[in-house]
Write a protein that binds this ligand. Structure first.
Ligand code: GRF
Length: 198
């Protein structure tokens, strides 16, 4: 099955880029169709644009009113034939407007082993801070489906990394990010090959 990917990203877009590379290398039968960011200056938009992928800036500044942002996102993805939505460091809540349109086909990656260290307020470096504070010996990342509750949807796959006594937030987040880049493409490949059914 060929996936038509639509990305939502707010910052660096390194997960987005890793997936685009997997598409280019033929590891994935997937086509990156569009990249949307709420941040007009995001590296994610710049990277996608430089590779000839359609890019869009959609935010509360460009689209005013309740639900306007998510309705615009749905329109853009539909117009670009997207069938699977990839959250890649998207810092906004995805509402029912998007979830209803792409039922069971919105994926996210979280930089910890869900259901631990997830939920509202658990994002970015805060996740790694919490893992270190809890004295965990292991962390990792999780690819999961998105539903209306933070970090709650069906888990599609996880990768584990050790946590060392000398770790700080930077060293741990870097170790996890390497695995994120591998895991996201691996899960998408399993979806393409029908080994994971959405
Ligand atoms: C990643 O750590 C991901 O787990 C989280 O946001 C970060 C995005 O990084 N959801 P990048 O923009 O893909 O580099």
């Amino acid at each position: 099955m060929t996936l038509n990917l639509g990305f939502l990203a707010s910052h660096g877009g390194s997960n987005m880029q890793a997936i685009i590379e997997s598409c280019k290398q033929g590891m994935l039968t997937a086509i990156p169709r569009a990249v949307i960011s709420n941040n007009s200056k995001s590296l994610a938009l710049e990277k996608a644009k430089n590779q000839g992928i359609a890019t869009f800036h959609v935010s509360g500044k460009t689209h005013l009113g309740d639900g306007a942002v998510d309705r615009a996102i749905v329109d853009i993805f539909k117009n670009n034939n997207v069938d699977t939505v990839i959250l890649a460091g998207y810092m906004k809540i995805v509402s029912k407007i998007i979830l209803d349109e792409f039922k069971g086909r919105v994926l996210n990656i979280h930089p910890a082993l869900l259901p631990d260290f997830g939920g509202e307020g658990m994002f970015g470096l805060k996740v790694h801070e919490a893992v270190l504070k809890a004295g965990e010996k292991e962390s990792g990342c999780t690819v999961h489906l998105v539903d209306e509750i933070y970090d709650n949807g069906r888990i599609l796959g996880q990768s584990r990394v050790p946590v060392f006594p000398v770790d700080d937030v930077d060293s741990l987040s870097a170790r996890v990010l390497v695995q994120e880049h591998i895991l996201y493409s691996k899960i998408l490949k399993e979806i393409c090959e029908g080994r994971i059914v959405l």
